[in-house]
Design a protein around this ligand. Structure first.
Ligand SMILES: Nc1nc2c(ncn2[C@@H]2O[C@H](COP(=O)(O)OP(=O)(O)OP(=O)(O)O)[C@@H](O)[C@H]2O)c(=O)[nH]1
Ligand SMILES: [Mg+2]
Length: 671
């Protein structure tokens, strides 16, 4: 029976330990991966509490309480420690901020028992060194430990530097005092009449004491003997309310929160000030019950206090770790949204680089596909005989390119200098535009109102994450939005890298890529054949129509100018040009290409329609392949520092988020 019970307890402990360790390893690492910076433990006190209080406590249940004496400068903390230790351990004086180091004092049997001392000292944020003389604490350094056989065996008394002495605009000792306050189980708060109402001191204490789950506190109030006990209790009540964040209206059964274990007044005395006497601590109020401080300390119920502190620590750790995890997850979502927005922005600028459509090449290739997929071969050959005459005649007037493409030896077109020059110019302009967009502290993309990205931004806004910077939606024209997505911190840190990128090097890389990007991608011919066969079935092309069309082709220039427009409904036919809807690489987008035709072409509506049907399939293939290639080029150049910064950021679906959340849920007592 007993064995079973302890086994169950063991299992519970093992699970608790596992969940705490998982929380310890997952939450900070997710946070730092998402934020792109190391975790500063002083900003996350739960980490210290976990490392120094809770994890060691699971290993050994030490029968020793850490009692920290803390308060403002020159309030008499060191004097009190000396008094309790019956030994002058620490120099005291009128100069505020005198004590610069943490000083521990314990019973020799405890602090010299290697195992206990090791475990005890291991709980402290920094490894202590042996005390040698009262002056040791006057200069900064690691904590000191000293012995006194008047200190009860179950206590470790700790003198701390003050937390309100300023020097050069900063509180010099606060950072030393804080981790000790968080690690200790009992706090003796020493304050004087001049500072009892000092907001900054009590707020710091409240943050630390309240923040550590309401540690038990003993109040020591240094005030003139002329003050009445009622006044003393009144002031102490005000302090206690602030420490535990109780609203002024809230009545308490005994006038003090349960965590206040005792209240003492300590009188101003010249003998004490001159070092001729120890201060006398006079118990006041019902909570203290007339016990003197040494008596109260020596009768503390160690197990009970530890249980309470441990439970409070667990609660705090759980809620602070959950907040940190939530912050990391929200940031991961923001990063994810930014990542997607970056994909849009890159694709949009990449599209803007595709402004010159090699139309002769395209038509030539289409016609060849038409011929080679003719179901009636003979007919096609006859047709070729007729048409080629037209084309050849046209080619003499216009360019020879189409004829070359129909014959299948059009490859020379690709290297034509003006095509490459135009592409180089457009690519560099687009790359530069993208670079400028990346410099901003938000990334702005234009999308139709029902686009997936717009939906995601709306979701993010609806959830109202309370993230520091939220996206913004702006209607620019009916049905079209501008999405402003804030650049996440991890990318902001790297923005200098974007700026510092050597533009000449990027331009060089872009230029190198041009020959492989100019003209039509050769691999589309096979796909085009399939498309043309479908087209033939739908259109039942007439020989006559084809002939008319072919007569026009030589009047086409080698390149047609293209503009891209986001529109929500099919646009009306343009004056001189063709609308081609391009299946976009981003979202459910309504991106249309407006392909300009030379006005001299003077097409009838039917001719325009035929030309459009002839060109559209090859245009789409060209656009998709080239867009993907240009996106790849931009990813490798302009966007590279940003992509690198984003690469280590876990996605919001990363299973570690759920794993950490589950551990935290179990720590909260849920199965
Ligand atoms: N009159 C009077 N003086 C006291 C009392 N306790 C301490 N002092 C004097 O107040 C001065 C400051 O005392 P310390 O014990 O050094 O104060 P502290 O809080 O340790 O100060 P820091 O280390 O600077 O934070 C010393 O000169 C003490 O002698 C007291 O109860 N009455
Ligand atoms: Mg001191």
């Amino acid at each position: 029976m007993m064995g079973q019970k302890s086994a169950a307890k063991e299992g519970g402990f093992a699970r608790l330990r596992r969940d705490l360790k998982l929380t310890r390893s997952l939450v900070p690492s997710l946070w730092s991966d998402v934020m792109g910076r190391a975790v500063d433990p002083s900003r996350f006190p739960w980490l210290q509490r976990l490392d120094h209080n809770v994890l060691p406590a699971i290993d050994f249940d030490l029968p020793v309480l850490l009692v920290a004496i803390c308060g403002g400068g020159s309030t008499g903390k060191s004097t009190l420690l000396n008094t309790l230790a019956h030994r002058k351990l620490s120099d005291v004086g009128f100069k505020a901020g005198l004590t610069r180091r943490v000083l521990l004092c314990g019973h020799p049997e405890v602090l010299q028992g290697a195992k206990l001392a090791g475990a005890l000292l291991h709980r402290l944020p920094e490894a202590p060194v042996a005390w040698r003389s009262p002056g040791d604490a006057l200069a900064g350094g690691p904590p000191l430990f000293a012995l006194s056989d008047t200190v009860p065996r179950h206590l470790l008394l700790i003198d701390t530097p003050d937390f309100d002495t300023g020097e050069g605009g900063r509180l010099i000792n606060r950072a030393t005092a804080e981790p000790i306050l968080r690690t200790s189980e009992i706090i003796i708060y020493v304050f004087t009449n001049t500072v009892y109402n000092n907001l900054s001191n009590t707020l710091f204490m409240a943050e630390t004491v309240g923040g550590i789950g309401g540690r038990d506190v003993i109040l020591v109030y240094r005030i003139s003997r002329a003050a009445s006990d009622e006044e003393v209790l009144d002031h102490c009540r005000a302090v206690a309310r602030r420490l535990y964040g109780l609203p002024p209206g809230k009545e308490l059964p005994v006038g003090f929160p349960a965590q206040i274990l005792g209240i003492y007044r300590m009188h101003e005395s010249d003998r004490v000030a001159r070092g001729r006497a120890n201060p006398t601590l006079i118990p006041v109020g019902d909570v203290t019950g007339g016990r003197d401080l040494e008596d109260l300390l020596s009768h503390l119920d160690v197990a009970e206090i530890k249980r309470r502190v441990f439970a409070a620590d667990l609660r705090e750790i759980r809620s602070e770790a959950a907040a940190m995890l939530r912050q990391a997850w929200q940031e991961a979502r923001s990063v994810d949204l930014y990542r997607e927005t970056l994909r849009y922005a890159t694709a949009q600028d990449a599209a803007a680089a595709l402004r010159a459509f090699p139309v002769q090449e395209a038509v030539g290739l289409t016609v060849r596909s038409f011929l080679s997929t003719s179901p009636v071969h003979v007919k096609a050959l006859r047709w070729l005989g007729v048409s080629v005459n037209h084309v050849v005649r046209g080619a003499i007037r216009g360019g020879k390119a189409i004829f070359r493409w129909i014959r299948g030896d059009g490859a020379a077109q690709v290297s034509e200098p003006d095509l490459q020059e135009k592409l180089t110019h457009d690519l560099l302009a687009a790359a530069n535009a993208l670079r400028n967009r990346l410099m901003d502290d938000q990334l702005i993309v234009r999308v139709p109102v029902d686009d997936d990205l717009a939906k995601r931004v709306r979701q993010q806004l609806d959830r109202g994450d309370g993230a520091s910077s939220q996206p913004l939606i702006e209607t620019v024209e009916p049905g079209i939005l501008n999405l402003h997505v804030p650049v996440p911190g991890i990318v902001m840190q790297d923005q200098d890298a974007v700026l510092a990128q050597d533009w000449e090097r990027i331009a060089g890389q872009v230029r190198t890529a041009v020959p492989s990007l100019a003209g039509l991608p050769p691999e589309i011919e096979a796909e085009l054949k399939g498309l043309v066969a479908q087209l033939r079935e739908r259109m039942s092309w007439q020989e006559k129509a084809l002939e008319t069309l072919f007569a026009l082709l030589p009047s086409l220039p080698p390149l047609l100018a293209v503009a891209y427009v986001l529109v929500t409904k099919t646009p009306p036919p343009p004056e001189t040009g063709l609308w081609i809807r391009v299946k976009s690489l981003f979202g459910a987008n309504d991106l249309w290409a407006l392909v300009s035709l030379p006005p001299s072409l003077d097409l009838s509506n039917a001719e325009r329609k035929q030309l459009e049907e002839l060109i559209a399939p090859v245009f789409r293939l060209w656009f998709e392949r080239r867009l993907r290639a240009v996106i790849g080029l931009f990813d490798d150049t302009i966007c590279q520092p940003v992509i690198r910064a984003l690469s280590g950021v876990p996605s919001p679906d990363d299973p570690r988020f759920a794993q950490a959340a589950n551990s935290l849920r179990r720590l909260g007592g849920d199965r």
